[in-house]
Design a protein. Sequence first.
Length: 342
Amino acid sequence: MEQGRRAFLGGAVAYGAAAAFLEGARGATPDEVATVLGPVPTSALGVTLVHEHVLVDFVGAAAVSPDRYDADEAFRVALPHLQQLSRRGCRTLVECTPAYIGRDVALLRRLSEASGLHLVTNTGYYGAADDKFVPAHAFEESADALSARWIAEHAEGIEDSGVHPGLLKTGVDAGPLSEIDGKLVRAAARCHLRTGLSVAVHTGDGTAAMGVIDTLRSEGVSPRAYVWVHAQNEPDPELHVRAARAGAWVELDGVSESALDRHVETVTGLIRRGHLSSLLISQDAGWYHVGEEGGGRFRGYTYLFDTFLPALRRAGVSEAEIQALLVQNPARALRREVRRDA
């Protein structure tokens, strides 16, 4: 009982802080995106990869800790890959590792300063992978209390870093939403209504994606606030179309050597059906793996530029359409705007 009371009081304090922020405290305006080095106008984001990682730790929420890795080593491993990406003309990378899986905003800040790239981090909890990365308090607290935690990170910064999140990232497993997954999505919806942060949800399949849309709508949030992360994992293209028609972002973020033809087909198919304005593309690449020697195999960020974009051009995708995929659409998706359901 006392623990619940403390959580409630903490949530109330966070909610009050968030309200003050929305009334004019320091932070990004609606036409700016919070990066790890401060707010940047959406018009200055340039070519943007919307779903990548720098460091991940899959040990689980109960054991994750920055003490498990050498941040200097992670910096040395990741920096050359970010520099290579910058040389390809990319200006912004959205780092989608949530809290309790290895989110390290101090490392991201160092890497942004050294590489010249805008790096965007996130708030929220990750409920996929059978809830391995959900902290214990999330099972006990209400959706309002969880939302208040994330609102506070948006308003005050993450811990004592001064870094503000540029989006909300959560995750759900495949199939109908479980009790905890549903609560995380409701909390994300309530956070969105207070902050305008877009809601990126690692989504197991199309059934879960439709559940996310329904849950957001039940909270008064438009599907336009929702980024369907890993949409390529749903094999039925009609569900991609259904989500796009509802207003959701369909994020095809598994671009890689093993899925080149399939991703080209999916992108061109959605463009032909009139859904270019709902499409996002990325690679889900990177990953200094905590627990593996030297961080394990770090998958670079340049495949999309070196191989995938030429393949799209050969398939008839125009330069204007590529600009939409990599510049205009990410800027719109990241814009801080409360999107209420009609």
